[in-house]
Design a protein around this ligand. Structure first.
Ligand code: G3H
Length: 307
């Protein structure tokens, strides 16, 4: 849709209200503890299993893809009556697209590539566009771009809109996820406005963080972004996905994020086409907790955070 500056500037977010609302989430029962194993399996199906390190190798990516194909031990899945489970996607740098595609052949698991000079996004604009085009040509079905934080910090919404619209066009058939790097945007009002501008410019997903900022996915930021998604859906009928990313490594935290989505956006968003966790180290803890459920070793202490 065209940029609606009036709508963008009218948005305001009160940080203490957002903090109050999200502080109650860990004690809520939206994701009921009697069904936690099922919720954890669903969380796995929505993970973008990620490796974004300078020392990534094809071998590491192959091992990551083997986990994406079989994220939870077969005997545990059998015990829970689940025939097949994969992660939502694998997320890598451009140079690792080819090994990821080779390792995922025939699985239907998409490859996502971070792009546009990730994580800072400060390379020349033409280079950033060319990077998207190269990753799409190499077979990435999803492109995780980083926005220029300075456009948000200076309130230049037109520049942000034009940038994301150009990235959208360069993606062609690939899905576009826009990383806001919320830890660098200063205020929740900026997070809400940037979310809205990215959606107006054609983002398929809005994503909190690169995982490289000092502050990554937090619940008040998540609340702000999902409420922007809700408002955008109410006004346009268009559903935009949400991807919290960075520092999410505990199964109990994943359940809190699912509770937030369920309460704010509803069940339709709890599916891989509209929700992903960007995470490099969440799967291990989820698998351990599923094992505890199956073997009955699941502790009362662990249950407590979800009430
Ligand atoms: O997009 C995904 C993030 O880079 C993952 O961050 P993480 O390594 O803190 O899980």
């Amino acid at each position: 849709m065209p940029l609606d500056l009036g709508w963008v500037r009218a948005l305001r977010v009160n940080r203490s209200a957002a903090e109050r609302r999200t502080s109650t989430l860990p004690g809520r029962r939206s994701v009921k503890n009697t069904h936690q194993a099922a919720w954890l399996l669903r969380a796995v199906s929505m993970i973008d299993l990620t490796t974004l390190a300078g020392d990534d190798t094809p071998g590491r990516v192959h091992r990551l893809c083997a986990k994406a194909r079989q994220p939870v031990r077969a005997d545990l899945l059998d015990a829970l009556g689940v025939a097949r489970l994969t992660t939502g996607a694998v997320c890598v740098y451009h140079e690792m697209i080819a090994p990821a595609l080779a390792a995922l052949q025939g699985t239907g698991i998409p490859v996502a590539a971070v792009s546009t000079g990730f994580p800072a996004g400060l390379s020349p604009f033409a280079t950033r566009l060319a990077e998207i085009e190269a990753s799409v040509a190499a077979g990435a079905q999803e492109i995780d771009i980083v926005i220029s934080r300075r456009h948000v910090l200076t309130g230049d919404w037109g520049a942000l809109y034009d940038e994301v619209a150009a990235f959208r066009a360069a993606c062609g058939p690939a899905h576009l996820k826009t990383i806001l790097a919320t830890g660098e945007l200063g205020t929740l009002t900026n997070v809400a406005r940037a979310s809205l501008v990215c959606m107006m410019a054609g983002a398929d997903f809005i994503k909190t963080s690169t995982g490289k900022e000092p502050v990554n996915a937090t619940l008040p930021v998540g609340l702000t972004m999902v409420r922007a998604i809700r408002a955008y859906h109410a006004a346009t009928g268009h559903r935009v996905g949400f991807k919290p990313a960075g520092g999410i490594s505990a199964a109990k935290d994943a359940l809190v994020w699912l509770a937030l989505i369920k309460e704010e956006l509803g069940d339709r968003w709890l599916a891989p086409d509209l929700f992903r966790f960007g995470a490099s180290s969440l799967l291990g803890d989820i698998e351990r907790q599923i094992e505890h459920h199956v073997t009955g070793a699941y502790s009362a202490a662990w249950r407590h955070p979800m009430g």
